[in-house]
Every structure is written in structure tokens, then in C-alpha cells.
Design a protein around this ligand. Structure first.
Ligand SMILES: [Zn+2]
Ligand SMILES: [Zn+2]
Length: 295
């Protein structure tokens, strides 16, 4: 199985629009492991569509507890369990992810108890272990090393970029962050940097069509990065391929891939992929598998 990254959900924020993209989740297949990074709404459908058997669910990482990154964590594990998952799953996330998981199991207690009794399933609460991490070393397991860097995503303080390394390959996820120069050092020479991005010309239209415009604009500007800023991090880090992800706006008919490319080309001349739900990026040479979505 070649190492690959699959962008399952590529939009920023929790809203869904007709035929639009899903909130944040990704699949990283590296060194024979299937790693899920963030569990926004749609992650379960995305994994199934990417050809992943839910029964082999193994490692899940949550960058922060905003709903567009964690809302479907419980439903994903529960659906895997009803599909026959019988091996341990570890959830790595910021402080509070254990609370989410315990309360999810409480909310689903009726169904969990009845399936154990009626269908003879193992206890889902014993299959899953939760590891709450902070900045620095997260885990080292069978050649896979994961480290975390606290990024700048106010008012959330526990929001972490993640670096995955295996056999000389490395993939870094920025998580949600305002322009954060230390990320360049953290992502140094990675094969792929998946960085969140906003497009300046789309923000005003997005703000205009939502209810609380001023507050939304304030949040976006203080907590997220423009595409040009993602390009600066990529350039300073000397990475091989930049993947723009968590796109804001992601579903504005006036904005297309060429607009994103034009913005990021002001600061980044290297290999580039603009995320789309279901898009596959191969890790070998960090070349995109499909010509579409790349530039
Ligand atoms: Zn987000
Ligand atoms: Zn967030």
C-alpha cells in the first residue's frame, strides 16, 4: 500500500451547503498505518468512500475541540464498532477529548448496552483509549513518530499542529491557526504541509451572507491564515508540497481554484495542491495522484 494522504473534508467551519464540501477530516496512510486526522462531520462517509475498512480503524488524532474538527469522532468509532471493529483504537487529542468520549458513550448507553447483550459485541468503552497530549512528543509506535506544536487559534488555547514521521517521510498538519512563524521550523523539510487558508476577497462576501458578520470577521482575522501566509510558512520551512486545506470560503461560486492558486503564488513557487473532498496526494515524491487540484 503506497503512502498517501486523502483530504476527506476540505472546508473550514461547521456549515453545510447544498452539494458543498464537508468540514475538516483527513486520512494519512503511512508505514502501513491508517491515521485519521480530525473528525468533522462527514469523516465516516469520507473514509468509506476512500476505500478504508472501518474495522481497521486504529489511530485518530484531534487537533482541537472546535466542532468542525471533532463533531463526528464518536459517531465514527461507533459506526466502526457496529461494522465489526474488535481491535483497540487510540484517540489522541487535546485536554477535554476524554470528556467528549465518555459523555458520547453515556449518551449512546442504551444502544451500546443492547448491542453488547443482543449481538455479542465487545464493549466499545474498553476498545477505545484516549490519550490527551500537549505540546511536544505525542507518541512513538512501530516507527511512526508524532509531535505537536501549540499554534495560534484564539480563543482556543489547546490547538495543535501535528507532525507525522515514518521511514524518512513526513507530513505536517497546521491545524487551525493565524499566521504563526514558529510553524515553519516545526514543518521544516516536510514532504507535505497541509495548511489552513482563507481567501481575502471571499471573506467579505462570506461575512455579508451570515448573520453575525462583524463577530465572524473578527474571529476569522485573528484566528486563521490567508493563503499568502500559508505560502510564507511553506517557503520558510522548505517543504516539498503545500496542500491548502480548511478553505474559507469553500463554497462560494465566485471563487475557484485559480483564485486560490493566484493568492498563494505570491509567496510560494513550489508544488501546490488545493484541497477538494476525496482528493488523494501520494507521498512518494509528494506528487499528487491526480492532475486535477494541483498546480
Ligand atoms: Zn476549523
Ligand atoms: Zn478551529
Amino acid at each position: 500500500m503506497p503512502d498517501r494522504l486523502v483530504l476527506l473534508g476540505s472546508k473550514g467551519g461547521p456549515a453545510l451547503r447544498p452539494r458543498g464540501p464537508w468540514p475538516s477530516s483527513s486520512l494519512l496512510e503511512i508505514g502501513g498505518r491508517a491515521v485519521v486526522v480530525d473528525c468533522g462531520l462527514g469523516v465516516t462517509r469520507g473514509l468509506v468512500d476512500a476505500g478504508v475498512s472501518l474495522k481497521v480503524l486504529d489511530l485518530i488524532f484531534i487537533t482541537h475541540l472546535h466542532s468542525d474538527h471533532v463533531l463526528e469522532l464518536g459517531p465514527l468509532i461507533h459506526t466502526a464498532w457496529t461494522a465489526g471493529l474488535a481491535t483497540p483504537v487510540t484517540v489522541f487529542g487535546p485536554p477535554g477529548v476524554g470528556h467528549y468520549w465518555r459523555r458520547f458513550c453515556q449518551a449512546m448507553e442504551f444502544d451500546i448496552e443492547i448491542r453488547i447483550a443482543d449481538e455479542g459485541r465487545p464493549d466499545i468503552r474498553e476498545l477505545v483509549s484516549v490519550d490527551e497530549f500537549g505540546q511536544g512528543h505525542v507518541v512513538e509506535q512501530r516507527g511512526l513518530t508524532v509531535t505537536a506544536l501549540r499554534v495560534d487559534h484564539p480563543p482556543v488555547t489547546d490547538c495543535f499542529a501535528l507532525r507525522f514521521e515514518h521511514g524518512g517521510k513526513s507530513v505536517v498538519f497546521s491545524a487551525d491557526t493565524a499566521f504563526f512563524p514558529p510553524l515553519a521550523h516545526f514543518a521544516e523539510r516536510a514532504d507535505i504541509l497541509v495548511h489552513e487558508a482563507m481567501l481575502e476577497e471571499g471573506i467579505e462576501r462570506l461575512v455579508a451572507r451570515t448573520g453575525n458578520g462583524a463577530r465572524l470577521r473578527e474571529h476569522l482575522l485573528s484566528s486563521h491564515s490567508f493563503a499568502e501566509e500559508a505560502g510564507r510558512i511553506a517557503r520558510d520551512a522548505g517543504i516539498k508540497r503545500l496542500v491548502l486545506n480548511h478553505l474559507i470560503p469553500a463554497d462560494d461560486a465566485e471563487i475557484g481554484e485559480l483564485d486560490w492558486i493566484a493568492a498563494v503564488r505570491k509567496t510560494w513557487a513550489g508544488d501546490l495542491t488545493i484541497a477538494r473532498d476525496g482528493l488523494v496526494v501520494e507521498l512518494s515524491g509528494a506528487k499528487a495522484a491526480s492532475g486535477e487540484g494541483t498546480a
